[in-house]
Design a binder for this molecule. Structure first.
Ligand code: SAH
Ligand code: SF4
Length: 416
């Protein structure tokens, strides 16, 4: 539900083409095997691919000339032959009083599109009760954050300022498409339509750029990923899963700390159910309504895949121990937040027989969308009805409202 800013200065485009370089696919986004194949084509031994993967995904080097594990002559040759890392780059940072940061990330493509990615220190409560913290909860402090002016315009921002810090705990919200074709009536991203799907490198690159900015130590810091930014991941299935594979195998993140949210694309859920468990994120379903009638009105996709079809597909997913399916539920004031709706949701979720929990999200307003935010009492009453009915229910904290970074609030605010 994020919104992009569109193409900015063209000077960089020209630079890319300067010197008559033949433009090649970006190295960032290729896995170790593909990198090895490219190295062999370039007349190098295959193990150079592993070195490149280490540099791109573990050391987070963003320029070929800085890959010091490669001999200098090789770096110069790759550069002269037109190879580029071309990792997506944070081009603008918005900082919230609550520590949330929203980024405009410039993609790899020649169209210079940007997408939005969000860093939420301490998360937003969305992971509670889904097994993410089953192995113990830590209380951690976020690092100090540099000023916007220190970051803006810096092409290869390096987060060395963080220094020696306590383990961090944060959630990164990642986009999968520029815009979205699904057209949910309450969502800002829907207003854009689908501009294009992101490549695997553009999806994984948002994460690596943010990990670099916060000097995250994979394996030590607790970083959760939620694929809940702009776009519908299951309508960009192959690129989305290729990004997950990169993030797991090359970057070293655990799929048990990743959650993908879908509006209920049944063929996507079925493919997802067939993924190997060691590569499968957790699953969240945007339920958002107590029945097909209301859901069909606010989410036209429900007419194609109604609730039962979605739930039947979800049943095919083999859950890990302690794992739960998350049902997300956006509360629209007067439309989906009534006591009888809560009863109906409790009944519906119980009937699925799935180990499940409900994440309630109070609707975040956006211009031109005619819904209203629910009353806090209605939200609490809704949650209580669910928990009284035996359904674990949590309220997603709105993060970064002051910088328009909360769910569904990410909106094009700056273009260059
Ligand atoms: N396209 C996917 C993932 C991105 S949307 C999906 O729809 O599931 C992530 C979550 O944000 C969804 O649960 C969606 O229902 C919710 N959302 C969208 N617009 C919102 C808004 N204005 N306020 C609160 N939540 C919103
Ligand atoms: Fe927004 Fe719906 Fe697309 Fe999700 S699927 S991004 S809620 S339009």
């Amino acid at each position: 539900m994020l919104t992009p800013a569109v193409s900015e200065d063209l000077s960089q485009l020209v630079q890319l083409d300067a010197g008559g370089q033949r433009s090649r696919e970006p190295l960032f986004g290729l896995d170790a095997e593909a990198l090895a194949a490219r190295m062999v084509e370039a007349g190098e031994p295959a193990w150079r691919g592993r070195q490149l993967a280490e540099a791109l995904y573990r050391q987070r080097v963003a320029e070929i000339r800085e890959i010091t594990t490669l001999p200098k002559v090789l770096r110069q040759r790759l550069d002269a032959e037109g190879w580029r890392v071309n990792r997506p780059e944070i081009v603008q940072v918005f900082q919230s009083a609550d520590g949330t940061e929203r980024y405009l990330v410039r993609c790899q493509g020649g169209d210079r599109l940007t997408v939005e990615t969000v860093w939420m220190p301490e998360g937003d409560g969305g992971e509670t009760g889904d097994g993410s913290d089953a192995d113990g909860v830590e209380t951690l402090r976020a690092p100090s954050i540099p000023l916007l002016s220190e970051v803006e315009g810096s092409a290869s921002f390096n987060a060395e300022w963080v220094g020696n810090h306590e383990p961090q705990k944060a959630t990164i919200c990642v986009s999968s498409q520029v815009g979205c074709a699904v057209n949910c009536q309450f969502c800002l991203t829907a207003k854009l339509g689908l501009q294009r799907s992101l490549t695997a490198g553009e999806i994984a690159g948002q994460v690596v750029a943010v990990l670099a900015r916060h000097a995250v130590e994979v394996g030590r810091d607790r970083v959760n990923l939620v694929f809940m930014g702009m776009g519908e991941p299951f309508l960009n299935y192959d690129n989305f899963m290729a990004a997950v594979r990169l993030l797991v195998r090359e970057v070293g993140l655990s799929p048990q700390r990743m959650t993908v949210s879908t509006s209920g694309i049944v063929p996507g859920i079925e493919r997802f159910a067939a993924e190997p468990p060691e590569l499968r994120p957790k699953l969240a379903i945007s339920l958002n309504a107590p029945n097909d009638t209301i859901r069909g009105e606010i989410m036209p996709i429900n007419r194609k895949w109604p609730i039962k079809a979605v739930v039947d597909a979800v049943r095919q997913v083999q859950l890990r121990p302690r794992e739960r399916i998350t049902f997300e539920y956006v509360l629209l004031g007067g439309v989906t937040d009534r006591p009888e709706h809560a009863q109906e949701v409790a009944h519906l979720v119980r009937r699925t027989g799935l180990p499940a929990k409900v994440n309630l999200i109070a609707w975040n307003p956006g211009p031109g969308i005619g819904y209203s935010t629910p009353q806090p009492e209605a939200v609490e009453a809704f949650r209580k009805t669910l928990t009284d009915g035996g359904i674990p229910a949590y309220l997603r904290k709105p993060r970064g409202r002051d910088i328009y970074a909360a769910c569904g609030q990410l909106k094009r605010t700056v273009e260059g």
